[in-house]
Write a protein that binds this ligand. Sequence first.
Ligand code: GLY
Ligand code: MN
Length: 470
Amino acid sequence: MFDAHIYKERRYKLKRRMQSGLLLFLGNDESPMNYPDNTYHFRQDSTFLYYFGLNFPGLAAVIDLDEDREIVFGNDLTVDEIVWMGTQPTLKERASRSAITETYPLVELRSMIEKATARGRSILFLPPYRHQNVLRLHWLLDIAPGDIASEASIDFIRAVVDQRNVKGPEEIVEIESAVNITVDMHMAAMRMIKPGITEAQVAASVTEVALAAGGNVSFPVIATINGQTLHNHFHGNTLKPGDLFLLDAGAETPMGYAGDMSSTVPVNNSFTERQKEIYTIAYSAHTEAVKLLKPGRKFREIHLAACRVIAQGMKDLGFMTGDVDEAVSAGAHALFFPCGLGHMMGLDVHDMEDLGEVYVGYDGQPKSTQFGLKSLRLARELEPGFVLTIEPGIYFIPELIDLWKREKRFTQFINYDKVETYKNFGGIRNEEDFVITADGYRLLGKPLPKSIQEVEAAKTRPLLHHPEEE
Ligand code: GLY
Ligand code: MN
């Protein structure tokens, strides 16, 4: 946990922004995998972590804006539970670490909410993303489960988003630590990738790095020779000579902050000429996007600049024709880059996606519905303290190519005969994490090999991660 005053100041800022009523925060509970006592790894709700720092299940909290009270609800362990789970500090002791003095058993939450409701006071809550919390809200507030998301408080959502979007110095330190572990995960993968090993072995090795650092992975590992599938969680293939291997993986620190990086490397020690040509375009889009990062610039513009680099590169290679600006405005480049350039990152790898991308990444403005742009998670003007990813890619997705070709989509911009010959190419993505500073940006963490020369050199260097070998 951070020092108690950090949590106190965060709640103070939130209280100053909100007017009246009760702010209700629900923590996460254990989530069973296949029977009640066999649970998934526990992950606390990120907004709960942000304001209260308490990283264990069975909690709720209320901030009473009118009476200026901050209350945490939860239960101390019974002796029966201590037999199985060991000694734990009391709720009071734990809550004091985030400067909370008022604690009550969980059963008291309902009577507090009922009393406030009876007096006509408003109860403000955030949209739940776990069914258990949908049911808890239904039980506490008597709102039909299907109506809960639409009854969530937009003012509360916007206040939390505005606060969490701008990272404090203590958060940057944590995120940078997550990113450094993430770099180690990618370096471990680069050095082991060779023909004959399996995707599952790479996934296991990068997970080991994250776990050994004391935290966890920040999202399910993508370790695949089929990088054209954006979120590919299948790890059943064996790496063959000539394959491209795409790793998209990140670490989460014990406090819950995320790193998120992608790298693409040849399974052989060097790229083929075809791979080099496509990789060079994706790399140029990446470096061009990074150069444009600065406060006051709209991320949508940076995304479109990266799209134009990709479209120009694909035109130079004969995959596209016509005017590049027109092709990008029409969305033709999305055949190769059907997703967004990046997203906010913090306590969540896609930060606050539960609160709504339109608030987090669009400042309340509507998203585009155009294929490609509709998947851009971040478009707003950048501000100092934003932490975000840059992750352009080039993907050859056979089903998408077949569909567009069949429907004769963008035939004025796409040379389908050439595209056909690359249907088995796979996909390329490189991803790094940045903080926006007062006058530009700063790369977070140690640099990861990215250029063709750097990647090929990193692949052939001997293993360095065993201390006795260093
Ligand atoms: N790293 C996964 C994603 O950004 O979607
Ligand atoms: Mn990402």
